[in-house]
Design a protein around this ligand. Sequence first.
Ligand code: TXA
Ligand code: MG
Length: 318
Amino acid sequence: MAQIGKDIARAAEILEKGDLVAIPTETVYGLAANALDSIAVARIFEVKQRPYFDPLIIHTYSVEKASEYVTDFPPLLKKLAQQFLPGPLTLLLPKKQVIPDLVTAGLERVAIRIPDHPLTLELLSKLDFPLAAPSANPFGYISPTNADHVNKQLGDHIEYILDGGNCRVGLESTIIGMEKNIPTIYRLGGLAIDEIEKVIGKVSMEINRSSDPKAPGQLMSHYAPHKPVYTGNINELADLYSGKKLGILCFGKTKIHGSPVILKYLSENADLREAAAHLFSYLRELDESDAEVILAELLPDIGLGKAINDRLLRASAT
Ligand code: TXA
Ligand code: MG
């Protein structure tokens, strides 16, 4: 198992020698390595068992620093950066040569974000390189939102987990880039689209859910528990699967048909932010319970509800 602690100097030392450290962010925990060192980055892919065609996000501590790794910073994306970073937003920007091709899977753009977590911001400011960090889970499984989640699944492969408590947002960052001069969303996430549109106007969407996506993160089956997951109207599902031991994930407090072995409410007051923060840890609890199947209620398709539904639909895909 890895050690869990708050020792930033130790984390920095491990990263400087080319090894991996799990880091907290406001969205989910990341599995970090020196982004400028291809060999260190290759270890991330090994440990996660992630296909090499799936590019990584690099993390840094300021917009000025981020600018050093790119050849262009379109004004609309700069505006978003100034408004929302540090925060749950990732920008796709044309990369400089110094960013290894392994990080971007050979693509011309690099994904950059500034995580809003005090420990990780301090760590980043002490390093003279950015950190490449995917979510710290085995490829395709539910993302980790606390240090224990990371330790359970990847603890045997890493030395140290920087403990920043529970992730405040609980959903991965929203990804945006320019597509023929139009700001385009590639992944729904912790920053809602309406917030973005308030600042730069209408954006376009390229959120695929297919088995052969243009961007690898758009793989339909992702964020998936080991148990089968079904989504939809919760009591219709409860009736349909009444012969099974049920694990149920609801949005707000609802009366449920039958007697599930485990029942979780994402937010008793039906608050989307609270629901997002609970989503992945509750999915894990359901997956680790005696339930045979997991039934999940879809949320209102507004604000963060869109991103939560996106994760639930991918969790239920096979
Ligand atoms: O909130 C987050 O973004 C978390 C924390 C740890 O920062 N990170 C995260 O990384 O979710 P990961 O690797 O699990 O997901 C990154 C997504 C992938 O879907 C990948 O395909 C996409 O970002 N991505 C990365 N670089 C890209 C690029 N150059 N072009 C298009 N998509 C890219
Ligand atoms: Mg991930």
